[in-house]
Every structure is written in C-alpha cells, then in structure tokens.
Write a protein that binds this ligand. Sequence first.
Ligand code: G4P
Ligand code: NA
Ligand code: NA
Length: 190
Amino acid sequence: MELLKQKIAEQGVIVSEQVLKLDGLLNHQVDPKLTMEMGKEFAKRFGDAGVTRVVTVESSGIAVAFATAYELGVPLLFARRKKTLLAEPDMLCERVPSFTKGIVTDILVSREFIGENDRVLFIDDIIANGDAARGLIKIISRAGAELVGAGIVVEKCFQPGAQAIRDQGIRLESLVRIASLDGGRITFAD
Ligand code: G4P
Ligand code: NA
Ligand code: NA
C-alpha cells in the first residue's frame, strides 16, 4: 500500500535499530480513512477464504481488525490482555512475552465466541518476534477453529515473527514490509 508507506515514512519515529514508533497512525492515534483502506485491502486479499470471524489482540490491532471485519461483514473478536491469577474454565488463555514492554501477559478469549465452525482471519498492527501472534494462533487451534490466514499492517522483516508463521504453512499477508531501520532511516523491503 503506497499511501501507507508514505505515512510511515512521514510519521514513523526510529527509536532504535529494532523499534519504529508509529503512534501517529497505529499505536496512539488512528487515521480512520487510512484504516478503512487497510481493511479494504485485507478484505480483498482474504475475500475468498470464507472468513467467519476476524480476531486480534487488544489494543492496537483493534482499529484495523474492525475495518477488515466491517468489509468482510463478519464479527470482530479481540483477545483481552490480563493478569490471570486463577484459571478460568470458560476462557482460552496463553501466556506471551512482550518484546517492547519487557513483560509477560496473558491473552484470553472466551470459548463463547469462537468454535469449531469458525474460519478465522488474524489481524494485527505490527509483527516483530511474533509472540502475541503465536499465542493467539494456539488459542484459535485449541478452540477447534481454522486459521485461514494472518493480515499484518507492518512486517519488520529483520525480526523472525512473520517468517516463523509462514514456516508453519500459514498464509501471512502484510501491507508494508520494513527491511531495516539501520543508519537512522527506514528501508522498505519492496
Ligand atoms: P509480536 O509478538 O506482536 O510480534 O510482537 P512482540 O512480542 O515482539 O512485541 C510486543 C508488542 O510490541 C506488540 O504490541 C507489538 O506490536 C509491539 N512492537 C514490536 N515492535 C514494534 C515496533 O517496532 N514499533 C511499535 N510501534 N510497536 C512494536 P502489543 O504488546 O500487542 O501492544 P498494543 O500495541 O497492541 O497495545
Ligand atoms: Na502493538
Ligand atoms: Na498489536
């Protein structure tokens, strides 16, 4: 998506060689029109996959996942992040580390909203190491649902998350691929 690339080039703030701050369009502020365009693009790419539910993890994935679900005409389910002290039998739970925050959180999905008849499209804002994605993929599988693919707004190609998911045979589509943040500049992969 050329427009998205342009916005990232304009608004992205390089924090380190690993981290690009995207608060202006993904992680703090949302551009509704641009976000709806992202949703249209994912809906186009996965339009023939028979998606019954879009799933993301709160919080930054929600806006683009909403746009995608809206375009596909299906519900959006967002996994909650919580510290769980007691096992909750109605919830599917996976513990995931967070690369930027340096903490571990539990992501939870109620069994009420996902099941064997679902064909799930996972949508997220950024993929780095892929820990959150891996956790959610496990939850989808434990629910007995079928994962038809993953749509990611920004893929950081220099970190292993996206490739690891593709290596599992999962179709992963990203809107913008970043090859490197070295030398204080954003280098796009294509
Ligand atoms: P992943 O599993 O989603 O690949 O990410 P990882 O654990 O490596 O990183 C955890 C969090 O850090 C994720 O947000 C992810 O989107 C975010 N993140 C990783 N690299 C970058 C980066 O270069 N720039 C920005 N802006 N964020 C990055 P999260 O914990 O899911 O939080 P939230 O944003 O949904 O609240
Ligand atoms: Na994020
Ligand atoms: Na996210």
